[in-house]
Design a protein around this ligand. Structure first.
Ligand code: GLU
Length: 296
């Protein structure tokens, strides 16, 4: 692991006293929370409590086109309704704020610059269609096709930045994954995991052509900056954990532990999504269900 470099300001961890557990809830306010979110967040809550830890509420509102303040309000209420409490973030504030990603852009930009200077990134002007046509098919359940490498070997211009003042077409900046490298970790719920860079996932976007950081970059920077010691989230993000571990390494951050929860499916075995309105916590509550009915 290389030591941290660059100007990414991460507040120092408390080094005295016993090790502290720090977990987080990281909802995206793009719709109403459903039963699947409730189960995952309940597990995160329980693991933090069992370890006498601190739970952080972080609002992941980077996707300006889909996030709405009313969904933030609703999710905070719904999580309180099922009995969850957190000690930092939300309305509590805390030492590692701000706790909404939309207010943390300078941190992400610093991390981006650090990665770019370290030679980890390349600018990619491929369209989504071009990638889909030439890419290997995505793994079932994964969100993105494996990048075919079209722009990987193009030299990046020194001093080039991801700002909107770049000449058109604007680029997506991708992380150059170390092809063939195996990323292994022991998941706290799913056991040993193993992914091969370039085979299980490809060069992934860290900065988008609309001048916003990607989920992978923002979540890594935040979990490191907020000193999260264990990330609890849905199983659909297992492969993203492998991507994020590469970012931790490239940025010189100490990675947390990970625990991925099984996904909740509907009566047809389809993974719950925000379109399952009838299984939203709100709809279930309005139909007279209690938190005990839902979560036992
Ligand atoms: N904000 C993401 C979501 O709601 C979760 C990200 C994470 O836990 O790493 O799907």
């Amino acid at each position: 692991m290389t030591p941290p470099t660059g100007n990414l300001h991460i507040p120092p961890a408390k080094l005295d006293g016993p090790p502290v557990y720090r977990g987080r809830l990281a909802p995206s306010p793009t719709g109403l929370l459903h039963l699947g979110h409730a189960r995952t967040f309940q597990t995160a809550h329980q693991r933090a409590r069992e370890r006498n830890g601190t739970l952080v509420m972080r609002i992941e509102d980077l996707d300006r086109s889909r996030c709405r303040p009313e969904f933030t309000q609703a999710l905070l209420e719904d999580l309180h309704w099922i009995g969850l409490e957190w000690q930092e973030g939300g309305t509590h504030g805390g030492p590692y704020g701000p706790y909404s990603q939309s207010e943390r852009l300078p941190l992400y930009r610093d991390a981006f610059e650090q990665l770019r200077r370290g030679g980890h990134l390349f600018a990619c002007t491929c369209s989504r269609r071009e990638i889909q046509q030439s890419a290997l098919a995505p793994h079932p359940g994964d969100d993105e096709p494996i990048y075919p490498g079209t722009c990987r070997l193009q030299p990046t211009i020194p001093g080039e930045t991801p700002r909107s003042d770049r000449t058109e077409p604007r680029a997506n900046w991708r992380f150059r994954v170390p092809q063939g490298t195996t990323i292994e970790f022991i998941d706290g719920l799913c056991g040993p995991q193993r992914f091969v860079a370039g085979r299980d996932f490809g060069d992934f976007v860290v900065w988008r052509n609309d001048d916003t950081p990607s989920y992978q970059l923002a979540v890594t920077v935040d979990d490191a900056a907020m000193h999260i010691t264990e990330v609890v989230r849905g199983e659909d993000l297992l492969r993203s954990t492998a991507r994020q571990l590469l970012l931790y390494h490239a940025l010189g951050f100490q990675p947390p532990a990970f625990a991925h929860c099984p996904l909740v499916t509907d009566a047809f075995g389809i993974r719950l999504a925000k379109r399952h309105q009838s299984l939203s916590l709100r709809a279930l509550r309005e139909s007279g269900k209690t938190p005990q009915d839902l979560l036992g």
